[in-house]
Ligand binder design. Structure first.
Ligand SMILES: [Zn+2]
Length: 306
């Protein structure tokens, strides 16, 4: 019955590595071609149980290049009508409606059918933007998913969404956004195939006891690695917001993800890594510290089979 396969299409947070307008220490190394910092595209994961039908977890602005870089996602002849337009991508599942989670949908507008799964809140945010009407409703089926209810995603794979503390998309923020509560605007994904479980959480402001219990049952955990320290953007002169203000808990500190997720039995991989995060520099003290804690740092193209 095949095995659960996951491919990290993109390992970086919004902006990618290097980011177009950034010369922070990490981006500077990447711009100069230093082999210690591998370029990375914006976060997305592809999953399959049969290597023929794939689901994308989030659709990043880099999706077109990500498809090109991964032969598993290249188009094939249409088995039904013998035509030349068909894709192994048969579903997209969204964790939220941020630009870096959804803009890639616009790359999928050439009238090949797939199912778009997301919470009702996320689908409503997309429906409010007329540009996503390019994904014609009679070609791309929208399916509202209720968190906590397991559903069939693609052949052989089931999925379940669960609430994760976070925030609404940046473009929907008011002046004083709530960045730490649970709502259907920000969710994590559990993928299961038989008894194998992979959990994907690209954005989390905190780890609740319920989330920790779910991660304790997982075989592979891919978790929010946006910033190492809460004040990283401020300290590196790249921004004015803390990690938590952006809806992302830092790795470091007593309330950070390294402490909150200590002792997990799962294979642990940081994803959605911001270009300011020094764990992106191979051989750096920060990278060695997370490795010593049992964490991998995802790269584009990383393939995990359970
Ligand atoms: Zn940078």
């Amino acid at each position: 019955m095949g095995r659960l396969t996951a491919i990290v299409l993109g390992a970086a947070a919004g902006g990618g590595v290097p980011q177009w307008n950034c010369r922070c220490e990490v981006c500077q190394l990447a711009w100069s071609g230093d082999p210690r910092v591998k370029p990375r595209t914006q976060a997305s994961l592809a999953v399959s149980a049969d290597n023929e039908h794939w689901a994308l977890l989030n659709a990043s602005p880099d999706l077109r290049a990500q498809i090109a870089a991964n032969p598993d996602l290249h188009p094939h002849d249409n088995k039904r009508d013998g035509g030349k337009r068909s894709s192994p991508i048969s579903a997209v599942l969204l964790t939220g409606a941020e630009i870096d989670q959804t803009a890639g949908l616009l790359n999928l507008r050439e009238r090949s059918p797939f199912t778009l799964h997301a919470t009702a809140a996320t689908l409503a945010a997309l429906a409010d933007n007329p540009m996503f009407g390019a994904l014609a409703a009679n070609v791309v089926t929208r399916r509202a998913i209720v968190p906590g209810q397991r559903f069939a995603l693609v052949a052989g794979l089931e999925a379940e969404l669960f609430l994760v503390p976070g925030k609404v998309p940046l473009y929907l923020e008011g002046d004083d956004p709530d960045t730490a509560s649970e709502s259907a605007a920000n969710v994590g994904i559990e993928i299961s195939h038989g008894s194998s479980r992979l959990v994907y959480v690209p954005g989390a402001a905190a780890v609740t006891p319920a989330i920790r219990q779910r991660l304790d049952r997982a075989d592979v955990v891919m978790f929010d690695g946006t910033v190492l320290t809460d004040d990283e953007m401020i300290r590196t002169g790249t921004g004015t917001k803390t990690g938590r203000r952006m809806g992302h808990m830092p790795l470091d500190g007593p309330d950070g993800s390294l402490a909150a997720l200590a002792g997990l039995r799962a294979r642990r991989i940081f994803v959605h890594i911001n270009n300011t995060n020094p764990i992106l520099i191979e051989g750096s003290p920060e990278r060695m510290r997370v490795a010593a804690a049992g964490w991998e740092v995802a790269e584009d193209g990383l393939k995990v089979t359970l």
